[in-house]
Design a protein around this ligand. Structure first.
Ligand code: AMP
Ligand code: ZN
Length: 113
């Protein structure tokens, strides 16, 4: 499958990996929008939240707890951070493999644009 994030998960293209286990991989965003900008993805190809199935329930929970762990490792747990998943066209999704942006290290604005 011609999916850039599957290729990152398979190490077919290089990335700055910050965390990996059997189900999840996390790497630095190529165009960071904050001092910490990490993408946390399932290794399994799921297009976006619309595409997640009941059998993905455990994986979705694992992604959230992995983000919690990475935030602590990155030193932004106490200062705070933002977790974003863009879903579909109006959600601003550009890469069609579900990913969670972990953003921190600066004050975040709200509402998001
Ligand atoms: P989204 O707009 O939510 O689909 O986010 C896609 C994100 O993937 C953007 O923040 C891009 O900067 C990032 N991105 C695209 N290609 C790569 C890559 N090869 N390595 C790391 N991040 C990437
Ligand atoms: Zn994929």
């Amino acid at each position: 499958m011609d999916c850039i994030f599957c290729k990152i998960a398979n190490k077919e293209i290089p990335s700055g990996i910050v965390y990996e286990d059997d189900d999840v991989i996390a790497f630095n965003d190529l165009n960071p929008e904050a001092p910490v900008h990490i993408l946390v993805i399932p290794k399994k190809h799921i297009v976006n939240l619309n595409d997640a199935k009941p059998e993905d329930q455990q994986l979705l929970g694992k992604l959230m707890l992995t983000i919690q762990k990475i935030a602590a490792e990155q030193g932004i747990a106490e200062s705070g951070y933002r977790v974003v998943t863009n879903c579909g066209e109006q959600g601003g999704q550009t890469v069609m493999h579900m990913h969670f942006h972990l953003l921190g290290g600066r004050e975040m604005l709200w509402p998001a644009g």
